[in-house]
Design a protein around this ligand. Structure first.
Ligand SMILES: C[S@@+](CC[C@H](N)C(=O)[O-])C[C@H]1O[C@@H](n2cnc3c(N)ncnc32)[C@H](O)[C@@H]1O
Length: 208
């Protein structure tokens, strides 16, 4: 099996373990950071079960939602149909280290694109920056560590700081404006109902 097939297998099994993995609600920081943008064409990389993409569509965006997992994408498409927004969303399956959706986008959103399998995250984020249209926004939300009590299964999994995310993008100087670059805490309800604190980071960049 290739590393890409291993990743697809891992994520399909991850999703297939439960009927629904995520809450079905859009990510809180994303709602805060996107609500004041004028809707256009959005790209959601690692869209999972589609809650963010569906929320974008409900705000008037047309959306391309991308994930490696066909199981997650199947659920996302069903949820979009239930929400009456399927006409506004294209779902595409990509292993983003290998292939990428075509086009340019007014908003590229990357929410918690982390994996316990091999993931060329920096290269994917660079490519994500490359498809932001002039005047568009790149929004990257990431964890700063595993949840309390969960240990790093691979010591090489690194959670970058906002500065590391930005420097990894290799942006052309003068072409981008840093709108948000911060580490923050967020309350998260776990599947067993336990309330925990997650430390996350937000990077929001505007392309001039
Ligand atoms: C931690 S989940 C986050 C899901 C969603 N963005 C959210 O915030 O709820 C990471 C997502 O990235 C996807 N993913 C992981 N590696 C990927 C890759 N190489 N290419 C495309 N999607 C990938 C997974 O299938 C999963 O849906």
């Amino acid at each position: 099996m290739t590393t890409e097939e291993l990743s697809e297998d891992y994520w399909n099994s991850f999703y297939a373990e439960r009927d629904q993995v995520w809450s079905g609600e859009p990510n809180v920081v994303l709602v805060d950071e996107v609500s004041d943008l004028t809707p256009g064409h959005a790209l959601d990389l690692g869209c999972g079960e589609g809650a963010d993409a569906i929320w974008f569509a409900q705000q008037g965006w047309t959306v391309t939602g991308v994930d490696i997992s066909s199981v997650a994408l199947g659920r996302a498409a069903q949820h979009a149909q239930d929400a009456g927004v399927s006409d506004q969303i294209d779902w595409e399956q990509h292993e983003l280290g290998q292939s990428f959706p075509s086009g340019s986008f007014d908003l590229v959103s990357v929410q918690f694109l982390h994996s316990k399998t091999e993931l060329p995250r920096d290269a994917i984020l660079r490519r994500a920056a490359g498809v932001v249209a002039a005047g568009g926004v790149l929004l990257i939300e990431g964890h700063m560590g595993f949840p309390p009590g969960e240990h790093n299964p691979h010591p090489d999994i690194h959670f970058p700081t906002p500065d590391e995310v930005i420097s990894g993008l290799d942006l052309v100087e003068g072409e981008w404006e840093t709108l948000v670059s911060r580490v923050h805490d967020r309350a998260q309800v776990m599947r067993d109902g336990e309330l925990i604190n997650r430390r996350d980071c937000t990077v929001k960049l505007g392309r001039r």
